[in-house]
Design a protein around this ligand. Sequence first.
Ligand SMILES: Cc1cc2nc3c(=O)[nH]c(=O)nc-3n(C[C@H](O)[C@H](O)[C@H](O)COP(=O)(O)O)c2cc1C
Length: 393
Amino acid sequence: MNSRLPPLKIRNFTLRYPIIQGGMGLGVSWDNLAGAVAKMGCGGTVSSVGTGYWNTKEVRHINGRPLKPVNFAHTENFKAIVREALVKSEGNGAVGVNVLCALTDYERQIKDAVEAGAKYIISGAGLPLRLPEYVGNADIALIPIVSSPRVVNLICKRWKRSGRLPDAIVLEGPKSGGHQGYTYDQCFQPEYQLENMTPHVLKACKAWGNIPLIVAGGVWDIKDIETFIDMGVAGVQVATRFIGTYECDASDVFKQVILNSKQRDIRLLKSPVGYPARGIVNTPLVQRVLTGFRPKIPCISNCVTPCDHGKESNRVGYCIADALGDAWGGFLETGLFFTGSNGYRVTKLQSVRELIEKLVGLREDTDTWEEDPASDEMILGTQQAELAVSVGS
Ligand SMILES: Cc1cc2nc3c(=O)[nH]c(=O)nc-3n(C[C@H](O)[C@H](O)[C@H](O)COP(=O)(O)O)c2cc1C
């Protein structure tokens, strides 16, 4: 049986299915998940965030925290993760990386990705204006993440000076997990919702020479995928649903937090990175921050530039590197657990093969979850905004 979905062509490779698994830091998408997804003929994306946690043998750390950017974003570990993912892909699909512009040592991480043999780089959380300069002549697909047609135009104008344009573009809507490309208020406004923003960004992509557009944020099943394909996009990026797989690199505790989550538990939070971030709020760390418990936080990893060596961590009430590192490590008390708006729909673990077969229509999608309509308005409405503002204000 063949899938009804079209293949996705980007630069010099073609994915059998138009699905890229979104990069998930810290450690939620490393070699196991990315390799398994690529093996199925999709794009498997390794996150570059906090690779010093992956294998601590050669990594200098203090109390389990990688010391300084050189250890937090560890060159040898990152390259090893990408290579492992390539081995696990068995030559299928494509293995790429996700590198956030906000990360300290962004340029080094881009060069590491090229040297490791990644097929593509997806880059957002800031404008990747210098990305083409950093990769030089390397034959690697460059895929910026955008939030509007204005950003498409800005990036294309700047990249043209370096003699290249994006090989594809990811539009991330406000149902995504982790950091958002919009303000708190915009996340709730109709014009910024993915389905409403897509036609405008498509138009900009067409104007720059039919750059393939990939949409992300709340894409759950084949129906969603077909809706967007019918609108004219080339592919989708899916992240949250992959947390519910055996191969996902997050700890069992992380997966259990997502499996236990209800719709009302998933909210936007303030983050030291400077963007609102979506995660689970009924966890010990977030509850402590909400009740005003603010011990002084030392900056050990110096992970992102906007945090300014821990200034923002102390203002917001938690360190993003430590909190995400602890979620990866399975520490419920101190971990921060990111998810997209659909996290409550993840109600069981399954294999990547099973999930992708459902996403492409080769297997019946029988996954079930409980809707919580009473909280729906609350989740998308003012109360969420209030909560987002109150955390760390
Ligand atoms: C746990 C988690 C961590 C994420 N971390 C990153 C990240 O490090 N960099 C990034 O660009 N996007 C990150 N994202 C966003 C995803 O790559 C993706 O674009 C988005 O979540 C897609 O929406 P969905 O989760 O509803 O499928 C993260 C998402 C989740 C759920």
